[in-house]
Structure formats: C-alpha cells, structure tokens
Unconditional design. Structure first.
Lengths: 126, 106
C-alpha cells in the first residue's frame, strides 16, 4: 500500500525559499503524477502543482512564477521549492498521488488524488 | 479560470439524517468533479471521483451526482464519523477546490 511522507523545515524566513520533499513508500514513483497541495490555517485547499515521474510539470498559475517541483526516481521522492515566501505562504503542505483515469471511446481523462501524505506545517516568520 | 462554490458553507445535522451538499462551477466542467472529506488535523480523503464514482473502500451511503455546472454530494444516513468538512474539486482545468462545507453535530 502506497504511503507518502512530507519532510522539510517547519520554519522559513520571509523572502527565502521553502523546500519540502515527499517520500513515496510501498510502491514505485514511476507511471504516476504527483501533486503538492497546501492549506493555510483555518482555510481551504489550494493546489500548487504536479509532476510526472518523467519530469513534466504543471503549476497553479497563481504560484507559477515562484514554484519548482522536481522528481528523483532513484530515491522515490519528489520535491517542492517555493521562492520569495511571505507570511501568506504559511500553511500545511500535503503531497498526494494523482490518478489519471481514461473513460469512453472518446478518451475522456479524469484526474483525482487518491493517496495523501499526512501533511507538514510550514510557518513563514522571521 | 474556473471558480468553484459550495453551499451551504456549513450545516448542522443529526445522526441518521440525509445530508446534501451542492457544488457549482462557474462554467461547464462536464463530470470532471471530485469530492473529498477532511477531518480536523487530517489529510483530505477521496470519496467520489468523476462526479459519481465511489472510491474503493468508501461506504455506500456516500453518493455523487451532477454534470455541467451543478453537482451534489449526498450522505444517505449521517454517521458519527461523517462529521467533517467536505470539498469539491474540478479537474477540467488545473485542479481547483471549492471553499468547503463543514458538517457538524446538531
């Protein structure tokens, strides 16, 4: 059974770069897409972006200029970097596996996140 | 940019009640709609994908319906473990979430 675990500093200074890693266990990182999602305190969920095991990425347009997601298949890990952070980036950060399901003769592609990490809290403060 | 709204934002219900949560998209998203349940301090859990498909292991009292712009999540008989916040998410373009609906005890 696939499990995900986020890791990284819990405190980041304003204007610095937030760096997190998600380790995939119980299965291979290959053949799947992997996502980052965050949740500010008391607020809703925000999708940050995802990466395919081959390295192709897609980011939330609102964060695209500051986000980099990378993958290391040899370690079964993928990572998030968010630059120039401010207090607004304080949140619980989750990693998740994104499933692609194809249906119908016209090949409709459905995406959903079926396995999530427990989340890690990152606070941006001096 | 597709905007997702949910109603109500919160509701109070009793064990055994039938509960319906609505999610609306700002444009048609066909059936590219997922539902998640989140309990305090926990990660979200997938309940429904593709608007009406029940994720493996999720109790059958949960069901989803709708297409286009209007969707519903129904809990046929609310159980104590169902008190949580529910989020819809569209996968038509990027992966935007609705603001959530909190279900608490009446």
């Amino acid at each position: 059974q696939v499990q995900l675990q986020e890791s990284g500093p819990g405190l980041v200074k304003p204007s610095e770069t937030l760096s997190l890693t998600c380790t995939v266990s119980g299965g291979s990182i290959s053949s799947y897409y992997w996502s980052w999602i965050r949740q500010p305190p008391g607020k809703g969920l925000e999708w940050i972006g995802y990466i395919y095991y081959s390295g192709s990425t897609n980011y939330n347009p609102s964060l695209k200029s500051r986000v980099t997601i990378s993958v290391d298949t040899s370690k079964n890990q993928f990572s998030l970097k968010l630059s120039s952070v401010t207090a607004a980036d304080t949140a619980v950060y989750y990693c998740a596996r994104r499933i692609t399901m194809v249906r119908g003769v016209n090949y409709y592609y459905y995406y959903y996140m079926d396995v999530w990490g427990k989340g890690t809290t990152v606070t941006v403060s001096s | 940019d597709i905007q997702m709204t949910q109603s109500p934002s919160s509701l109070s219900a009793s064990v055994g009640d039938r509960v319906t949560i609505t999610c609306r998209a700002s444009q048609s998203i066909s059936s590219y709609l997922n539902w998640y349940q989140q309990k305090p301090g926990k990660a979200p859990k997938l309940l429904i994908y593709a608007a009406s498909s029940l994720q493996s292991g999720v109790p059958s009292r949960f069901s989803g319906s709708g297409s286009g712009t209007d969707f519903t999540l129904t809990i046929s008989s609310l159980q104590p473990e169902d008190f949580a916040t529910y989020y819809c998410q569209q996968s038509y373009s990027t992966l935007g979430f609705g603001p959530g609906t909190k279900v608490d005890i009446k």
